[in-house]
Ligand binder design. Structure first.
Ligand SMILES: N[C@@H](CCC(=O)N[C@@H](CS)C(=O)NCC(=O)O)C(=O)O
Length: 214
């Protein structure tokens, strides 16, 4: 088997993803690539010891990063959009679902205010000015929005999975895992069902397959 540098030197037209398996941003990028049936190689990095090959192409040092010949994409949303645009399959409805404005607003809320609240809940011990329960409460606003959306359709924008479901899902999964027992007993029954569907999907399972080398 080729080592990592040999693999990089042997790059043809096959995209290469610097990734971290448990990172929600990397998860959604891998899901979009898998969903688009784009073949790609994964380099699983250690966040504590980032490889120079990665820092050389994007100094900000976050994963995911997609490298394809001279193209470097270092934002998960850009990678996802690139994947769906370059898919051999018709994915335009995934990128431009019925209500694009709502879809964009949901993703922006997720990546902004919700992600901040989620971090304070997840790392509540670092923010002792509030209790764990109070930190969790600061996340409810987003779960309530999702629960309302899911009253109308089985996924966030339509009755099929679209871009925003994939963008948001890894973060709600993270929220669930902070206190799974609490989440399982919570009142967000539609969110729980939606999350379970995505967790059990072949798409998620494929995106979580352990890379063969790192
Ligand atoms: N806006 C970026 C955020 C990516 C991000 O923050 N990834 C985290 C891992 S989940 C990271 O690489 N952090 C750098 C570090 O921990 O050193 C994106 O959407 O790709």
């Amino acid at each position: 088997m080729m080592n990592y540098v040999e693999q990089l030197n042997n790059l043809g037209s096959r995209p290469y993803l610097f990734s971290y398996r448990r990172c929600p941003y990397a998860m959604r990028a891998r899901m979009a690539l898998v969903d688009s049936k784009i073949e790609f190689d994964v380099y699983e990095i250690s966040l504590r010891n980032k490889p120079n090959e990665m820092l050389n192409i994007s100094a900000k040092g976050t994963v995911p990063i997609l490298r394809l010949n001279k193209l470097v994409l270092d934002e998960s949303l850009d990678i996802m959009k690139w994947a769906y645009k370059n898919s051999k399959y018709k994915h335009s409805d995934l990128l431009e679902p019925g209500d694009k404005k709502i879809a964009d607003e949901l993703v922006a809320l997720n990546d902004g205010k919700f992600k901040n609240s989620l971090d304070s809940y997840k790392y509540f011990e670092r923010y002792p000015e509030k209790s764990k329960v109070e930190h969790r409460k600061s996340c409810y606003f987003f779960l309530e929005i999702l629960e309302k959306r899911l009253e109308i359709t089985s996924f966030l924008i339509s009755n099929t999975r679209t871009f925003s479901d994939i963008c948001i899902f890894p973060f709600i999964r993270q929220f669930m895992n902070v206190d799974k027992e609490w989440f399982d007993n919570s009142e967000y029954k539609r969110v729980k069902k939606w999350l379970a569907l995505l967790i059990e999907s072949d798409l998620f399972k494929m995106a979580m397959i352990k890379p063969t080398f790192s």
